[in-house]
Structures are given as C-alpha cells and as structure tokens.
Design a binder for this molecule. Structure first.
Ligand SMILES: Nc1ncnc2c1ncn2[C@@H]1O[C@H](COP(=O)(O)OP(=O)(O)O)[C@@H](O)[C@H]1O
Ligand SMILES: [Mg+2]
Length: 332
C-alpha cells in the first residue's frame, strides 16, 4: 500500500452557501501503480488531488484520513498542519503534482535551469554542480534532446508540450513515490498529448513511482492506467481494472461515460452520445444515489431515498448502485 484515503469529505464555504465537493471518498493506491480518476467536470477530481496534497483553499473544511506509506513507516497527511515542515517534505518530495496548464507551475522570469535546480535542491542535499547534472539528466529522460541548451531558456520560449515536459522533469526529479497528474494533456493538441501520456507511462515504469492520472475522459485514462475509479458528485461510484471496467461496467454512469468516448469508426453524420442532463449543482446534492436524477434505470422509492452501499462485484471491482446486478445484464 502506498496511499490510503478514507471517507474524505471536503466542503467549501462560499458567499452563496456550502459546496459539498467531496462526499466520502475512499481509495487505495499501491506502490508503482497507475490509477485513473475519471468523471465529468465538477465531480471533485481536482479537489481530491488538492486535498491529498493539502493545498486546499482557506475556505475549505476537510475531514477523513489520508495516509502515505513508505519503507520508513506511515505519514498521516491529513493530520499534518498544511504549512508544517513535514508536509512540505511530502509535497514535491514524496508526492508531486502536475497540472493542466504547465505555466501555472513555471515562473516566467527564471530560466528552466534555475527552476529545476531550485526544485532539486529543496528536496536533495546536493551542491549546484550536482544539481545541474541531475537536472540535465532528467530533461534527457523526459525526451528533451538538447538539455544543456534548454537549461538557459525561459518558459515563454518553449512550446506547450516542451513546457509540460519540463514540469514533468521538475516533478519527478525529486523521486516522488506518487505523481498526481491532473488533466496534464488537456491543453495540448492530440499528437503532443499522446507523447506526454506515453512519457508518463514510461516514467511510471522506470522510476519506481505510482501515477494518479486525473482526466475527464475514460479514453485517455484507459491508455495509461491499469485501474480506474469513476467519480460522480464527490464520490467514487465504481472501481475496477481498465479491462474489467470496459468489458463489464456495472454502474449506469460508467456505461454512459463509455458511450461518450469518441470512436474512430464513427459514421459520418452519427453523433456522439452525450449523457443527458447536467451534473447537479453541488450546493444541492440529490438525495439517495446522486446519479438517480440522470439514470435510465432509477427506481422511485429506492434510488432516490438512501445512498447505496458499496458492493463488491469481484476481486478489485466495486460499485455503488442498488440495481447493478439487474440492469448490467442489459449490456453484457
Ligand atoms: N475553492 C473553491 N471554492 C468553492 N467551490 C470550489 C472550490 N474549488 C472547487 N470547488 C467546487 O468543487 C466542485 C468540484 O470541483 P473540482 O474538483 O475542481 O472538479 P473536477 O472534477 O472538474 O476537477 C465543483 O463544484 C467546484 O465548483
Ligand atoms: Mg479538475
């Protein structure tokens, strides 16, 4: 076990009321594992990542537990003060995070070399020369062909894909045991996006590192992860291996998400299936199963009454739905 999250709840106090962003998220990540978190925009994927990193905004209230395991024991991240020395060591050292927009992690007025050196020296006891050697080595590992030259470049001189490579080099240069990638390719075009996903996959394999890949698209997650967690309104409603989820999905929401993946052989004129309706307002989470307002199989008096329990379908496959065994027959 590497990361263990139990009953994580996050609410934001805003001028217009309380936003219940996470409503009891429990998940495990194993050492060296690549796990995906998918769900439509607003489902709480980024809040989950920010809660694990303890970088939530001041208007938030967080409960539940987040534990990080290593060979030296366990760190209860959720119990650490956000600005404590120990939490700083976790952040960037044991858990690193990359975001959709690489410029949010880069400073425009410093060279790539300056920023990489600073990141490395914050977490490793090395001098300037050693740090530059490490930086150049990592730039090479992320596929940059002339790393010595790039060290002197400023972020604005680089393309989006190159910037994201630099950010990834910064993130992995501290040897994190977990890399959280929050929609890391959404701002990039398709070809560059595929290259970055392949790079993250290679690094996960070669660096002794787990990757938590956050994406709104099941298609993207399927390419780079072995296990998927499907999120809806601040809850994980289904978890399974990628193969199992694609061949035997159980939650109607997962099936709806699968149907909305673009297919290459889509006939001209045919349309992508969109999930009907919208994600409900998080100020006003529906009673019962939160998906019942959009679910084709929702039963009055059952699905709209109480939150369903988490059912184990088989080893590693979990689903939070009352009627999954009945309606799954319809598509299997
Ligand atoms: N700082 C904040 N203040 C108020 N609401 C927030 C804040 N951050 C996120 N939220 C709300 O929490 C919910 C989950 O957001 P998020 O995790 O960003 O979704 P996504 O799955 O798209 O990453 C959304 O309804 C969002 O508006
Ligand atoms: Mg997000």
């Amino acid at each position: 076990m590497l990361l263990e999250v139990k009953d994580l709840r996050v609410a934001f106090n805003t001028a217009s009321g309380t936003v219940n962003a996470l409503n009891g998220v429990s998940l495990d990540i194993m050492k060296n594992e690549s796990v995906g978190i998918v769900g439509e925009s607003g489902c709480g994927k980024s809040v989950t990542a920010r809660a694990i990193m303890r970088i939530l905004e001041k208007n938030s209230v967080m409960t539940g537990s987040v534990k990080l395991y290593s060979d030296n024991g366990m760190t209860e991240i959720s119990a650490l003060p956000t600005e404590s020395e120990e939490m700083r060591k976790v952040r960037g050292g044991k858990i690193a995070m990359i975001f959709q927009e690489p410029m949010s992690s880069l400073c425009p007025v410093y060279t790539v070399g300056n920023q990489l050196n600073e990141a490395i020296r914050l977490h490793r006891d090395v001098d300037k020369t050693q740090s530059s050697e490490i930086a150049i080595d990592y730039l090479r590992r992320v596929g940059i062909s002339r790393p010595e030259k790039l060290m002197n470049d400023y972020p604005y001189q680089l393309s989006g894909g190159m910037r994201q490579r630099v950010v990834i080099a910064m993130a992995v240069s501290c040897n994190p045991s977990l890399l959280i990638a929050d929609e890391p390719t959404t701002a990039l075009d398709v070809t560059v996006s595929a290259q970055i996903l392949a790079l993250l996959h290679d690094l996960q394999q070669s660096q002794d590192m787990a990757v938590m890949m956050i994406n709104h698209s099941l298609g993207i997650v399927a390419q780079s992860c072995t296990r998927v967690m499907v999120m809806y309104l601040g809850m994980i409603i289904e978890t399974a291996s990628v193969d199992e989820l694609f061949s035997h999905p159980k939650h109607p929401y997962t099936v709806d998400l699968l149907n909305s993946i673009p297919k290459l052989n889509l006939n001209k004129g045919s349309r992508l299936a969109h999930i009907k309706g919208h994600v409900p307002d998080p100020f006003n989470i529906p009673k019962g199963c939160t998906y019942h307002t959009r679910c084709r199989f929702s039963k009055k008096g059952i699905c709209d009454e109480q939150i369903p329990a988490v059912n184990q379908v088989n080893d590693g496959h979990f689903v939070q739905c009352y009627k999954y065994s009945e309606h799954a027959k319809l598509w299997e």
